[in-house]
Design a protein. Structure first.
Length: 117
């Protein structure tokens, strides 16, 4: 079970931190990530983080968005700095869960981020 929070309305250049609280499947998570879907566009991967804290990002967010995990709090974060208009989207957290028959990706319900000028 994944629950995002922290979205909101901010101005260009501002910062925002999203959180993703995880419950129920923690011990079976291989990797977590953030996706986003802008109005009228397909959902896209923002970045991922492995259990040993290796991260990977799409080129458009490198240097501005940072993913981290606090395992003690069962929470993943997305720190967003220098926000741009094109960062406006619904942001979803995901978790790749190892099951006996393979890996299933769990999704949160999403949190809206709106960047205005």
């Amino acid at each position: 079970h994944l629950v995002e929070s922290g979205g909101g309305l901010v101005q260009v250049g501002a910062s925002l931190r999203l959180s993703c609280a995880v419950s129920g499947i923690i011990s079976r998570i291989n990797r977590m990530g953030w996706h986003r879907q802008a109005p009228g566009k397909q959902r896209e991967l923002v970045g991922t983080i492995t259990n040993d804290a290796r991260t990977n990002y799409v080129d458009s967010v490198k240097g501005r968005l940072t993913i981290s995990r606090d395992k003690a709090k069962n929470t993943m974060y997305l720190q967003m700095n220098s926000l741009k208009l094109e960062d406006t989207a619904v942001y979803y957290c995901t978790a790749d869960v190892q099951l006996p028959d393979g890996v299933v990706t769990e999704w949160g319900q999403g949190t809206q981020v709106t960047v205005s000028s």
